[in-house]
Design a protein around this ligand. Structure first.
Ligand code: UDP
Length: 241
């Protein structure tokens, strides 16, 4: 169901969308921790520079292909993998929480975003059990970690942006048992309606990143020159295999 491959030395799991959701569901049933990373080219390039982040990546139980750049790098190795975006995947996890009455914890985004999100989720999933919710702007990491530990979440959605969210999850992972933890960047802004997603046609063409750059030009410096360098190094990596 899950085939782990390596891109420039870093793991990526080739897995169908539904299998990834089932994998998460099974981990909760079995009382296991599961750190899911939705990897994109910027994160992979950052892992090359930061040993601690690289270590977190290597120890994550499930690394799914977010971002069209990762899809292209896999294709260069002859692997066809559907893109599993953080926004869609975390929505599936929220639905799983509602269906199975799981304890859900939410952390990240601005206060107005997270409070709007909580209200929206309660309307859409009336029996959703949100045991923790906090904005992503805090000083005392230890206090927040302890508060989350106390409520024993089974699903933890962390929207602090990368790499902050992965560092936070790696610390929380040591304190919990039976929890699926995932970093989902700006997904709360999308869920709460503060940021619009690219129209479906852009998503289907793999151009969601371009849409986001057009809408938020400050993102440009994040993907350039990182993305072209990543693609160039992916070509070299695919030739080496
Ligand atoms: N954020 C946060 N705390 C911080 C920094 C960022 O909660 O200290 C939130 C920010 O409000 C936004 C998200 O993290 O909701 C990052 O979104 P971005 O679009 O940068 O992430 P991406 O989707 O590109 O990974």
């Amino acid at each position: 169901m899950n085939k782990r491959v390596f891109l420039q030395g870093f793991p990526v799991d080739c897995i169908a969308y539904n299998d990834a959701v089932n994998f998460a569901s099974m981990a909760i049933d079995n009382g296991e921790n599961l750190h899911i990373i939705t990897i994109n080219p910027e994160m992979l390039m950052y892992a090359k520079k930061d040993f601690e982040f690289a270590n977190i990546l290597k120890h994550a139980e499930l690394i799914i292909a977010d971002g069209v750049g990762i899809k292209i790098a896999l294709r260069l190795k002859g692997i066809s993998q559907e893109r599993i975006g953080g926004v869609d995947f975390s929505r599936s996890l929220i639905k799983l929480c509602a269906d199975k009455n799981l304890r859900l914890a939410l952390l990240g985004a601005k206060e107005e975003v997270i409070s709007t999100l909580e209200k929206k989720l309660k309307i859409e999933f009336p029996n959703l059990n949100i045991v923790f919710s906090h904005n992503g702007y805090f000083d005392a990491d230890n206090k927040i970690l302890e508060q989350i530990k106390q409520v024993h979440p089974q699903v933890f959605l962390c929207a602090l942006g990368s790499p902050k969210q992965e560092f936070f999850i790696s610390r929380l992972k040591e304190m919990l048992q039976g929890c699926v933890m995932i970093g989902i960047g700006g997904s709360f802004d999308v869920f709460a309606g503060y940021v619009k997603r690219a129209p479906i046609i852009w998503q289907k063409l793999g151009l969601e990143w371009l849409y986001r750059v057009i809408k938020q030009p400050e993102r440009f410096k994040r993907i350039f020159p990182t993305l072209p360098i990543f693609l160039f190094e992916s070509i070299i990596d695919s030739v080496k295999k």
